[in-house]
Design a protein around this ligand. Sequence first.
Ligand SMILES: [Zn+2]
Ligand SMILES: [Zn+2]
Length: 74
Amino acid sequence: MVCKGICVRHKAMKPVGTGRYSSGQKRCQVCEIFVKWDGLFCPCCGYRLRTRPRNLKYKAKLTAKKNIAEYQLQ
Ligand SMILES: [Zn+2]
Ligand SMILES: [Zn+2]
């Protein structure tokens, strides 16, 4: 699993007003790049692409906690 430099050709631009994952972009951990690619695997290194953020649940939990804390302050 090594980066061959092909991913650069599929590099995805940062979307405006929406998230990278929600606009269909995928992340390759090996190439450390976001690509616009239909397949499940990186066209460059062959590693499985990530289609959703790693800590989505964790983040949601954190936000909920923060809201409660703010509510109690008022
Ligand atoms: Zn690559
Ligand atoms: Zn890759």
